[in-house]
Design a protein around this ligand. Structure first.
Ligand code: HPA
Ligand code: ZN
Length: 334
């Protein structure tokens, strides 16, 4: 990879911390916690990284999450990610986590939040990385479970950026979670949602109109709906794209079939992210490098980094500071 893509300052807005669990750490935590993984070793686990679709990935992702038990586990996991992110030029992270899945493994929501926020504090001190947490509603669990999650999150609302929506998409339309997202909004949480990854453009409309989402995660199926493209562009509603994820989960037939260019040409604000980098063959700079191969030049790549700042929930002051870093980068690389 061109080393300049690592030094390009950027924000990462679509990152599931559980999706950064590398096989070596999974086995280390399994040993530490007395959990038996259903794979003989790191090599066997890595051989399973061959996905037909979103569900086949989620099955493995949830299986590996059983090794995460203590506050320290979550801190260690996130610090391993931050070290890689720092090396990839990431300066600000809005991080997803799946507390309902951990609750199912007997881990309290507070353990997850405290462990991850401890890593944020260390990353800020060590590397000046800013950001925060966006717990996600797991959409293939019952709505009552999402309501219970909101009850648990309420006392922590001031320590969180927002609420998200993830997991198996088709058959679980955003509209199911209208009340849950209304409650989250009333708690002062920013709202984002995965939509249009495998599901239709209609799910993106629902995420915007029914859930009040301010940003759409993936959203690639917007290319099927010209009215939606106009709406996204006009209102500057950003999409958090994850090109290597889409290829690995066969949401697109290949990188050359990715709608990135069509979305940019339609005037949509798009950002580049890694989703679940341990599973999809690359962290965020690898995603920038992959799309650079599609013929994007230095100015286009710098614009994508600027988009990640503008689409973030960073304060105006922090955003200005991040833009100044991109200015410096373009002055030497542009
Ligand atoms: N889509 C939906 N749910 C997820 C994903 C994703 O890409 N990654 C982790 N949970
Ligand atoms: Zn995702």
């Amino acid at each position: 990879m061109h080393p300049d893509l690592r030094s390009l300052p950027k924000a990462e807005l679509h990152l599931h911390i559980e999706g950064t669990l590398e096989p070596e750490l999974a086995f280390e935590l399994a040993g530490r916690n007395g959990v038996t993984l259903p794979f003989a070793d790191v090599d066997e686990l890595r051989r399973r990284y061959d996905f037909a679709d979103l569900q086949s990935f989620l099955d493995l992702y949830y299986a590996c999450m059983t090794v995460l038990r203590t506050e320290r586990d979550f801190t260690d996991l996130a610090l391993a990610y931050f070290a890689r992110a720092q090396a990839d030029g990431v300066r600000h992270v809005e991080m997803f986590c799946d507390p309902q899945v951990h609750a199912g493994n007997g881990v309290p929501v507070t353990t997850v939040i405290d462990g991850l926020l401890e890593a944020f504090a260390i990353a800020d001190e060590r590397w000046g990385i800013t950001g925060g947490l966006i717990p996600c509603v797991v959409r293939d669990q019952p709505v009552a479970s999402a309501d219970a999650l909101l009850d648990e999150l309420a006392p922590h609302a001031h320590r969180l950026i927002g609420i998200g929506l993830d997991s198996a998409e088709v058959g679980y339309p955003p509209s199911l979670f209208e009340r849950v997202f209304a409650r989250a909004g009333a708690l002062g949480l920013r709202r984002v949602a995965h939509a249009g990854e495998e599901g239709p453009a209609e799910y993106i409309w629902q995420a915007l109109r029914v859930l009040g989402a301010e940003r759409i995660d993936h959203g690639i199926r917007a290319v099927d709906d010209p009215d939606l493209l106009r709406h996204l562009a006009e209102h500057r509603i950003a999409l958090t794209l994850c090109p290597l994820s889409n290829v690995r989960l066969q949401a697109v037939t290949g990188l050359d079939a990715h709608p990135l260019r069509a979305l940019i040409d339609a005037g949509v604000v798009v950002t580049i992210n890694s989703d679940d980098p341990a599973y999809f063959g690359g962290y965020v700079a690898d995603n920038y490098a992959a799309i650079a191969e599609l013929g994007l030049g230095t100015a286009d790549l710098a614009q994508l980094a600027r988009n990640s700042i503008d689409a973030s929930f960073a304060s105006d002051e922090r955003a200005a500071g991040l833009h100044a870093l991109v200015d410096e980068w373009t002055a030497t690389h542009g």
